[in-house]
Design a protein around this ligand. Structure first.
Ligand SMILES: CC(=O)SCCNC(=O)CCNC(=O)[C@H](O)C(C)(C)COP(=O)(O)OP(=O)(O)OC[C@H]1O[C@@H](n2cnc3c(N)ncnc32)[C@H](O)[C@@H]1OP(=O)(O)O
Ligand SMILES: N[C@@H](CCO)C(=O)O
Length: 371
């Protein structure tokens, strides 16, 4: 007996997919042929395409915002999903890996036209370039206008760039934990990170594929970055001056043979963790993309630039953020058309609060933004 199973189109939730979006002429003058964008989706697009939400990931994030057909948790797990503030039973949620990244989109480790990895030849790609690439993917998905574009940190910068570059395609824009441009201090922190990688003995000008990986440099870059993602109060409360006792039990009290302070061990761990999941050239490419963040470039003053946007804005900042100061979010909000408040996420953790304080963020988004 033959059993015929009737198949209906079932959307694949949280499954990595790839789209060819063609060649990309870059702001800084370079050209990337045959660009691929990796993306994931959750939920179903309405017949009139009116329920699409784009969630942009931060620096080392991936497209995996939340769980889907696989049970692998995502990085904004409590914010997006069935019944969550970004309700995947209501919205068609999309997340796209940034150009230059290492989670599936074209990046330095991808093959160049000669078949070898781009490596040192990978061109400077700005956040604006990535937005142009993402708009092509939106076209392919049948999304003319996003119900909302949102993100934190670099994800917020990407969302803001969308709202200014394609005003008619963004109805709502949530800019979390970032200002209108990377400041001199943010560029300075970023330069120290990229130099840490470039100075690794294995870096080989970026052409290290097939050879030893510049892991010390990438781990050092992560340590520098991670310090800026947390606050002095969090480090003091969590680690204080305590020694990593489990490793040096005899010396724990005095650090007699030096050993490690707990906070050093913690940062070492954060460095190793990133080395296991991120490409060093991608780290440089994306960090330099974030350095390029300036929505006013070539557009005039902040007010003139933001006047182009027609979206309803949601701006939020973590009160203890010492990397992207709340004052920058206030400056952005006050230059936006209309009365835009800054939603303050109260958390001692620092910048990473936009990833950890989902309860506060979700209720603020649910009440005022996703309605
Ligand atoms: C495939 C993918 O992974 S996709 C990308 C996922 N990542 C992203 O999207 C980026 C966004 N996420 C993040 O940046 C982070 O996950 C955050 C900010 C949300 C949370 O940071 P975490 O590092 O998970 O949390 P936290 O600061 O509490 O550190 C916990 C880790 O430090 C370790 N740790 C704590 N104290 C110490 C110490 N004294 N010595 C060594 N390690 C320590 C813990 O064992 C734990 O290790 P684990 O993560 O291997 O389990
Ligand atoms: N910890 C986050 C914050 C960057 O803003 C990340 O690694 O992407």
């Amino acid at each position: 007996m033959t059993i015929t199973v009737s198949r209906t189109a079932v959307p694949e939730n949280g499954v990595l997919r790839y789209a060819a979006i063609g060649g990309l002429q870059l702001e800084a003058g370079g050209f990337l042929p045959d660009v691929t964008l990796a993306y994931e989706t959750w939920g179903t697009l309405n017949a009139d395409g009116s329920n699409a939400v784009l969630i942009e990931h931060a620096l080392t994030g991936s497209t995996h915002v939340t769980r889907g057909d696989s049970d692998e948790p995502g990085w904004w797990e409590q914010l997006a999903g069935p019944g969550a503030p970004v309700d995947t039973d209501r919205f068609f949620v999309v997340s796209i890996n940034i150009v230059g990244g290492c989670y599936g989109s074209t990046g330095p480790s991808s093959p160049a036209p000669d078949g070898r990895p781009w490596g040192s030849r990978f061109p400077l790609v700005t956040l604006r370039d990535s937005t142009v690439a993402e708009a092509r993917l939106a076209d392919q998905l049948g999304i003319r206008s996003w119900f909302a574009v949102m993100g934190g940190s670099m994800g917020g910068a990407r969302a803001l760039e969308w709202a200014v570059t394609y005003p008619e395609r963004v109805q709502r824009c949530a800019v979390i934990s970032i200002g209108a441009a990377s400041t001199a201090e943010q560029i300075a922190f970023a330069q120290a990170q990229t130099l840490a990688i470039r100075q690794d003995a294995n870096f080989n000008d970026g052409d290290y594929y097939g050879g030893p990986f510049p892991e010390d440099g990438l781990a050092l870059a992560r340590r520098i970055a991670h310090i800026t993602y947390r606050s002095a109060a969090e480090f003091d409360g969590r680690f204080g001056r305590t020694a990593q006792a489990a490793e040096t039990p005899l010396q724990a009290a005095s650090l007699g043979d030096r050993g490690r302070y707990q906070v050093e061990s913690y940062l070492d761990h954060q460095g190793s963790k990133l080395v296991r999941r991120f490409d060093a050239n991608s780290y440089i490419a994306i960090t330099e993309a974030l350095m390029s963040h300036d929505i006013c470039r070539g557009r005039g003053s902040l007010r003139e630039t933001l006047d182009r946007a027609t979206a309803r804005f949601f701006v939020a900042a973590v009160d203890s953020d010492r990397l992207y100061f709340p004052s920058q979010s206030r400056e952005l909000a006050s230059a936006l058309p209309g009365d835009v408040d800054v939603h303050v996420i109260e958390a001692p953790i620092g910048h990473d609060g936009f990833l950890t304080e989902i309860g506060q963020l979700g209720s603020q988004l649910g009440k005022t933004f996703l309605v």
